[in-house]
Design a protein around this ligand. Sequence first.
Ligand code: PLP
Length: 394
Amino acid sequence: MSAVIYLDNNATTRVAPEVVEVMLPYFSELYGNPSSMHTFGGQVGEAIVRARTRIAGLLGADPEELIFTSCGTESDSTALLSAIRANPGKRHLITTRVEHPAVKNLAENLQAFTGHKYRVTQLGVDGDGQLDLAEYERAFAEDTALVSVMWANNETGVLFPVLEMAEIARSRGVLFHTDAVQAVGKVPMNLQASAIDFLAMSGHKLHAPKGVGVLYVKKGTPFTPFLIGGHQEKGRRGGTENTAAVIGLGKACELAAARMTVENARVRLLRDKLEQGLLAAIPNSLRNGHPANRLPNTSNISFEYVEGEAILLHLNALGVCASSGSACTSGSLEPSHVMRAMGVPFTAAHGSIRFSLSSYNTEDEIDFVLAHLPPIIEKLRGMSPFWHNRPQGV
Ligand SMILES: *Cc1c(COP(=O)(O)O)cnc(C)c1O
């Protein structure tokens, strides 16, 4: 067993060795600028063309519909600001309460970015983390400029019906963006056959390096660049391409396309073994998120009456990497916005832990966590006044 058991793949992933290998020459002998007129740079440009084609293959997109960016966050920002500029008279956005900060914080701060007053409708979720399509239909207004709904939630893995939601937006003449950073590589996609106008993805969530993202913009969708500069990306995003990372992302997408079906099944088995084992071994533990309608790699479990941070520290001491849904805000531990939106009770939200797997995890690693986590929870509860004073027999 390796020194670290990495169960935090929704935060970032290991760069696949095959990806590292294709990248290496572009740091050393193939350092040309892909925009140069000479053959030395031009061969790098050709490698970028091949990468773009591979990424488009995974997404079911035309290569021309892809714009390379620096990260998922840049892709989200570019999509939102572009849609808003395309609709200068419209002042309303629809999104959800459980978006990643890349969308949530931008939507909440649009006034600062644009100098105009925007209304933002944040759709709620039920106890399983699912949206209500009737609420969505009711949310549209005359001046709705854009809908932005994530494809898969990073904390629970819950999947949203974005294909159907994009059709509804299109029928109302409203642009539709999806933050698919967690879904790309795990969910089969055919964007050309969909009504999705914009899609954001990020390299480091699918075994490519950090510092590269992609924005998909459907052919014919109005677009305004976010970074204005050189003619790169057909004038849609200035700045010399992160060539090695782009080429690595092409390889990662090719691997994901080839392995998705097999790896999803294998990872799901490991995830289910971990989740069912923990729920069975630990009393007062609860799964957060719909049991079936979610990514195969993600499990979010609440251990009632214990602090998530304390659990993480104990896991960390054993070399196990996971994450908690709470963020330390102004000295007090606030449960995550996702747990709050789902109505997870305070006593459970505080002890929520996200385990997110990848195809690099092994059954031995899962067995290790199953052997070591139950006694940790028992020990923490032994020290917890909340556990001793909990309501009994209800
Ligand atoms: C990680 C993540 C992002 C941000 O991607 P970066 O490349 O780190 O900027 C956006 N949305 C979701 C759902 C994510 O999980």
